[in-house]
Design a protein. Sequence first.
Length: 452
Amino acid sequence: MYEDADLLIVDKPSGLVVHPAAGHHDGDTLVNALLARSGGSEYGGIAGVARPGIVHRLDRDTSGLLMVAKHDRAQASLMAQLKARRIRKTYLALVQGSVSAAVGRIEAPIGRDPGHRTRMAVVPDGRPSITGYRVKERLPGWTLLELDLVTGRTHQIRVHLDAIGHPVAGDPVYGTGTVAAWSGRAGAPVPACLAAGTRGARGRTPHPRDRAAARGPGVRPHGAAGRRGRAMTDRPLEHVSDDPGRPDYVIDGAPGAVLAIISGPSGVGKDTIIDALRSRTHEPEYAYVVTCTTRTPRPGEVDGVDYHFLSREDFLRIRAARGFLEANEVHGNWYGSPRDQVRGALASGRDAILKIDVQGAQVVKEQVTEALLIFVVPPSLTTLFERLRTRATETADELELRQRNAAIELARQDDYDYVVVNETGQVERTAERIDRIIAEERRRHANRRVRI
């Protein structure tokens, strides 16, 4: 693609390994091709004899542009610019399904998958990893994304996209393994213009002799308001039930009444926030929808106040009778929001407060587009994991599962209308912020009737 006395820009095809490693012998890598081209007489050696001139890499199945330094000075300059993030690397990925947010940021730690050591995964003790994305084009059953890496972990883009339910088309490790195997819906083939190459990378690179930085567009920070009515990310973290069916009739709530959904990862403090809201004065008073669950009560929890604790048989019977607005199985237990409680609150003109998990929020938003979605986040993942350990209400296996899922759930906060940080020891401030959000929603939509 480009060559001068300092560097070479190579258009690497999919399927070509960059440098020799276990399972890839001499003669079948890009490095071997480079050495054969020059007779071994050029390319920088800073990265080691096995990687002459190589300053960065692409996965075997990723196509795109690679920079190759022709001498040590150029290699040192390029590597320094990469470390300082003065070189912008932009990737294109065709992913399965419809990515709801036009602009987003995935922040979830990546490490070795404990169940499959040859794979990477989002894990609680992984290395901090951030991927920004923008929707470039929407297609039936597919979305073409433009991505920027803030960090550069192994398989980062593939792992992050799989974590939010939109694996890269044709990915044999984290996706379906074939471009055409998943269409998102019947009759949605891969566009002909994209079928030949499902992943790619392109770069805009300062020359090693050019000290000026290449500036790329910033990535939008977590959360934003004003995206009402937008569908949420498609795939749940675990099994999520299909709604057994909509009821035979719908009702319209009183003018201005708000259905507010408060959700967030396990351990973020949702129950404590609800308790703080209950202690505050509201006019009219909030109606707190009591979730039904099949899990065992924790110490101090009161049936009918904290949850309606049901047997699995009773829960599934109510679900079959269409008694839940949403019903999900999370961490091995069923949770459901009683439909009639929500209807009764809205019909009486009271704001209905629904505390549900990330998966349940997706289901409700699909049915009630007027719902107000509030996502509660911790100050940091470290703080969240410490809260989970401190409350000591889960077994070691349950704690590991909740930590792993929490990291993934945090990546979906851009699907919400508002994001509120629950700072340690500041629950009253968090409750006050949520009160202000709901009051503003009532003011802006004083005549709207929520249909449910």
